[in-house]
Design a protein. Structure first.
Length: 472
């Protein structure tokens, strides 16, 4: 992954990353709150060797003390030292249990033993450390060898008496929260990268590029109200979605779709159901009609037809009625709106849709309507469940594949394109539907909103001017 990939992951999964970070911090805070407070008291005992007048004797004594201090440090946590401490302070613990809270360390290149005692009671920790230091001095005196004069060769002295600790040792709130933050960041980014690597759904143009070499020729932005207001070209012609359909129309013109052959028709399909192919077909047909062309929309989805419902036209007669010879094309063509936009609904759902669409009657129908219309848009069933769209793609200029963002996976889109390739059908391009607004679309939205706000402001000023004039 490159840097831009990590930035994309951050933008895509920032909510989950923040949630993981907050959860880690909250967990750290909870652990801090339930962790009992402990305090550490310390005392230091210095080990020295008596006697010696010459420099060599003093050096030998110092080396001896350094060697002996390691042994005495281990003695500090044995019952020899700790049992008298328990007896003197009246503690209700065993020497082994008390040894768990007592540590003896030796600073580098010194003859000093530092005794540290950890306890939940700061006063008690200081008492244990002080008594343990005193008892270690006594034990060293008992264990020390004697010199030629019968005196102990090694002496121990408390150089740092134990004091009551004022600050607790654990929990360390600031450190715990910092660790929680760091762990949260690592886990948050880790789960985001893992989800990104495992996520095979189509959401962006980069995802489309992983499935096929065909380019995305339009991005239709997501609109939560699309299902309730599917005819955006009629209902909200200045919206972001409407402009996206116009951009799709323009890109198709640049591709010279309908003019590259004598066929003036193309299929709009998808990989699976629910990707928005029918809405795309309808709004694209309306956008093309806006440019002054005569457009015919044919609902060739003979499995789950929806064009008649969306356009509020008669759907009981239509394509199937013509194909079985019960009506002519002129009988089933229905005008929509005031422009040169006409529709042929699906008609009744037949038991053999694939056979009807692959029949000579369908070819004759397309040949005839090509003579009377500039562009024919055919809404066909999804590619993966059935072969209808693949068959129709061989009779037309090609197929537009609508890819619903978050609705399909990379393998599904790849299989859909492969289905067209297997029948030598031409894939004109990919329409990324329900895409999140960003990049160029975000800039357009900002630009469009400014225009709308200015237009509203002008209308408000004009209204106030007229109202003022009428009042006078």
């Amino acid at each position: 992954m490159e840097l831009r990939d990590y930035v994309a992951v951050l933008r895509k999964y920032w909510i989950s990353i923040v949630c993981v970070i907050l959860l880690a911090i909250a967990t750290s805070a909870a652990i801090t709150l339930v962790t009992p407070a402990t305090y550490t008291a310390r005392t230091a005992v210095f080990i020295s060797v008596r006697g010696g007048d010459s420099a060599s004797e003093l050096l030998q004594g110092a080396n001896y003390a350094t060697n002996q201090v390691r042994s005495y440090a281990q003695v500090a946590t044995t019952p020899t030292v700790l049992q008298p401490v328990i007896t003197k302070l009246g503690l209700d613990v065993t020497p082994a249990k008390l040894a768990e809270s007592v540590t003896a360390t030796i600073p580098t290149n010194t003859a000093i033993i530092e005794i540290a005692v950890v306890d939940g009671n700061p006063e008690l920790s200081a008492q244990i450390a002080q008594v343990a230091g005193e008892q270690l001095v006594t034990t060293v005196d008992q264990l020390s060898p004697t010199d030629t004069n019968g005196k102990q060769a090694v002496a121990a002295t408390i150089v740092t008496p134990a004091t009551v600790p004022l600050e607790r040792t654990t929990p360390r709130t600031t450190l715990n929260l910092a660790v929680g933050l760091l762990v949260g960041i690592l886990l948050g980014f880790g789960q985001a990268v893992l989800r990104h690597r495992l996520d095979r759904s189509i959401r962006t143009e980069d995802d489309v590029a992983r499935a096929t070499d065909h380019s995305v020729i339009a991005r239709i932005p997501f609109d939560a109200d699309a299902s309730e207001h599917p005819l955006v070209m009629f209902g909200d012609p200045h919206s972001l979605r409407a402009e996206a359909y116009r951009k799709l129309r323009t890109n198709l013109q640049f591709l010279d779709v309908a003019r590259s052959t004598d066929r003036h028709s193309f299929v709009v399909t998808s990989s699976i159901a629910g990707e928005g192919k029918s809405m795309t077909s309808i709004n694209l047909a309306i956008a093309i009609a806006e440019s002054g062309e005569r457009v015919l929309l044919i609902d060739a989805d003979l499995r789950r037809p929806t064009v008649a419902k969306y356009l509020n036209v008669e759907g009981s007669v239509g394509l199937t009625t013509v194909l079985i010879g019960r009506a002519s094309i002129e009988d089933v063509v229905q005008p929509v709106g005031s422009g040169d936009f006409h529709v042929i609904a699906s008609g009744e759902i037949p038991p053999n849709p694939a056979e009807l669409l692959a029949s000579d009657a369908m070819k004759r129908l397309l040949d005839e309507v090509n003579l009377h219309y500039d562009t024919i848009v055919i809404d066909a069933a999804p590619l993966l469940p059935v072969t209808d769209a693949a068959v129709l793609s061989t009779m037309t200029s090609g197929a537009l594949i609508v890819a619903g963002s978050g609705a399909i996976t990379v393998p599904e889109l790849g299989d859909a394109v492969a289905t067209l390739d297997h029948v030598n059908g031409l894939t004109l391009g990919i329409v990324l539907n329900k895409a999140k607004v960003g990049g160029g679309d975000g800039y357009y939205y900002h630009y469009r909103r400014q225009i709308d706000e200015k237009g509203t402001s002008r209308r408000d000023r004009l209204h106030r001017t007229r109202h003022s004039a009428s009042s006078r």
